[in-house]
Write a protein that binds this ligand. Structure first.
Ligand code: PRX
Length: 639
């Protein structure tokens, strides 16, 4: 079955009544509802059943028995109608570098050629391919090239350290790495290939590394293992049929942090992810055919996967991809790019909004921002002050704001208003999207029926892009998401539901810290700190920060007296940078002689959080501590 449709018109919710009707149908008849969305795509074979599921195993399958290739839907399907339309609008780090307008026809060709390079280098369906690249067009091309031939991409954000790459390459048993020589970032260039080389010292299973030239800096090329993309491209043509994929074949792995252990590989599959990324993109942003859409995330995070690459391309949109940073050459860069390319939909993170807000309006005023229609927020709670600033100074009180709540594990947006269609309320993500059935639970797992309450946010029915497993360790997936509350997917977030039923996300209720929209597990950072040879033990907590949302406060026990605390702190920061990356560095480090532990040895993080927040008067009951005197020492030594 091959259907070519004018994809911009279908199943768009244009009024609040449309939303209400779609939501009601999605609950009464989820299978019929999602089948109707899925019908609009090109399937190589139609599904036999829409949904099989249970949340105990867990075992969730959508569009069972169907076959498709997501790139056929992102690219080939658009060629007849939109071949000359810009698919990727690439804006470089340097404002003087030429913008690239890559049309659907050109993107299709580049993806096919890159896919043939992958094949030529031995990559086969089901192989895991690690991608470690800056925000250049080849990053998107590489992602799609993997999907074209059924290889599983595992993108690692190009700010992570060599050790993080090595962990992810080993966990996924990836035999291929796609990278670049270097990267441009603000006023500086940075290494990329050299970091991969360092990582691969401990990854003997890697057979090939394909390197894109970006900076032209000299890099070491390992004979037999490393090849240049531009050389390889000379040997391939542009004909690469899309590999038929079962709906439930793995599309990608993306690593994310949880409260325990090392980051885990969240697995998403082809069919359901495709249908959901497309549906949410169109409806949340109220996308129209001539929009210019810009999501400022990095493709290294899930937001970049779903809402720079897959969602927009499925919809046939023009997706702007930006290589640079918000403050280069100055703090007006975002607004300059919006004016330059007449961006109509802009999607960014609260941390970016707050940091630009702190720079003052002088950086905003020179720009008209008159092309904007919709502005969005993602990644962390947006505080009211930032919401109002965004609304007034960027949206000119004309653009609806969509505050989109979701997670790496959810694959797409679950709770958000639909721009200008359903109402908005500052700091509320607001309404569940069709197909999403959120509940608030009490700590003992009872559903709270009333409104105007707070509780633990869980979802009681599968949506098409729900996490399928954690790579190589299904039990970990079950334990983490499906065992705390039987019969529910547990999000790890706490939320408030207002009197009318809108949701406001309060933040994580587990040991996950969200720094500038980036997720870290306390255990992950503690393990990194503990790699310093003279560190005996550490405990980290998050505490509020005006711009970054949360930052990391570390309490560290050492095996010797620290004479030069600044030097010791610098060493710890260097270790964390080496193990995880600079984004995980604690803001504050306090050296202590002990940690507040219960008699059973559990660290009472509540106390550590209160001290970090400087709420010294309200530490609560400390009588169950093994040694209550450590609390006084910690209070006295607060940094
Ligand atoms: O705590 C929530 C927060 O980010 C977490 C998910 O992080 P990650 O998997 O890295 O995905 C981020 C981008 C989708 C959530 O558990 N979060 C995400 N969006 C929001 C949010 N918190 C409040 N409001 C949001 N809009």
């Amino acid at each position: 079955m091959t259907a070519v449709t004018n994809t911009s018109a279908f199943h768009r919710l244009r009024t609040n009544a449309d939303y209400q009707a779609a939501y009601a149908r999605s609950v009464q008849d989820p299978e019929g509802f999602w089948a109707a969305q899925a019908e609009e795509f090109t399937w190589k074979k139609k599904w036999d059943r829409v949904l099989d599921w249970n949340f105990d195993a867990p075992d969730v399958k959508w569009f069972v028995g169907g076959q498709l290739n997501i790139t056929e839907n992102c690219l080939d399907r658009h060629l007849a109608m939109r071949g000359d339309k810009t698919a990727i609008l690439w804006e470089g780090n340097d404002p003087n570098e030429a913008t690239q307008h890559i049309t659907y026809t050109q993107l299709h060709e580049r993806v096919c050629r890159y896919a043939n390079v992958l094949k030529r280098n031995g990559v086969k369906k089901g192989d895991r391919v690690c991608i470690y690249m800056p925000m250049i067009p080849e990053l998107a091309v590489a992602v799609l090239a993997c999907a074209r031939i059924g290889a599983i991409h595992s993108v690692v954000f190009a700010g992570f350290s060599a050790q993080s790459i090595a962990d992810r390459v080993q966990d996924a048993d990836a035999a291929y790495v796609l990278t670049s020589d270097g990267m441009m970032r603000g006023a500086k260039k940075g290494p990329v290939k050299a970091i991969v080389d360092e990582a691969l010292k401990s990854c003997p299973g890697v057979k090939k590394v394909i390197v894109t030239k970006r900076t032209g800096d000299a890099v070491a090329m390992s004979d037999g293992r490393d090849v240049w993309l531009h050389d390889e491209l000379k040997h391939v043509d542009a004909d690469c049929p899309a590999e038929p994929m079962d709906s439930e074949n793995v599309l990608f792995i993306l690593y994310t942090s949880g409260s325990t252990g090392k980051p885990k590989g969240v697995v998403h599959t082809c069919g359901g992810y495709m249908v959901y990324a497309d549906y949410t993109f169109r409806n949340v942003f109220q996308y129209e055919e001539n929009d210019v859409y810009w999501c400022t995330a990095d493709v290294g995070w899930v937001t970049g996967h779903s809402y720079i690459i897959y969602g927009p391309l499925l919809a046939g949109a023009t997706s702007l991809m930006f290589e640079g940073i918000p403050t280069y050459p100055d703090a007006g860069r975002f607004w300059q790019v919006i004016d330059k390319h007449k961006v109509s939909i802009f999607y960014t993170a609260p941390t970016a909004i707050r940091s630009l807000m702190a720079q003052g309006l002088d950086f905003v005023k020179p720009y008209a921002l008159s092309s904007l229609k919709v502005i969005g927020s993602v990644g962390e709670p947006i505080n009211e002050e930032a919401w109002h600033w965004y609304k007034e100074h960027i949206g000119h009180n004309r653009c609806p704001i969509v505050d989109t709540w979701w997670q790496t594990e959810t694959g797409g947006i679950l709770i958000s208003s639909l721009a200008g269609v359903t109402d908005e309320k500052p700091s509320y993500a607001a309404w569940p999207l069709p197909g999403v059935q959120p509940v608030l639970l009490t700590p003992d797992g009872k559903e709270i029926a009333e409104n105007d309450v707070e509780g633990l946010l869980a979802i009681k029915f599968p949506w098409p892009s729900i996490i399928r497993t954690t790579y190589g360790d299904h039990e970990r997936c079950r334990q983490t998401y499906f065992s705390s509350y039987k019969g529910y997917y547990f999000t790890g977030d706490g939320a408030r539901r207002d009197a009318e039923g809108r949701y406001r996300i309060i933040g994580r209720v587990d040991d996950v810290i969200n720094v500038s929209g980036h997720r870290f597990g306390t255990a992950e950072i503690e393990n990194a700190i503990n790699e310093s040879e003279w560190v005996v033990e550490s405990a980290v907590v998050g505490y509020p920060h005006d711009i970054k949302g949360q930052v990391i406060y570390a309490y560290v026990i050492t095996d010797k007296r620290i004479d030069d605390a600044d030097k010791a702190r610098a060493e710890i920061l260097a270790t964390v940078t080496k193990v995880i990356g600079p984004i995980a560095k604690p803001d504050k480090i306090q050296f202590v002689s002990g940690l507040p532990k219960t008699r059973s040895g559990k660290i009472m993080r509540r106390i550590l959080r209160k001290v970090a927040e400087n709420e010294l008067g309200s530490l609560g009951d400390t009588s169950t501590l093994l040694d209550p005197t450590v609390v006084d020492e910690i209070k006295a030594g607060r940094v």
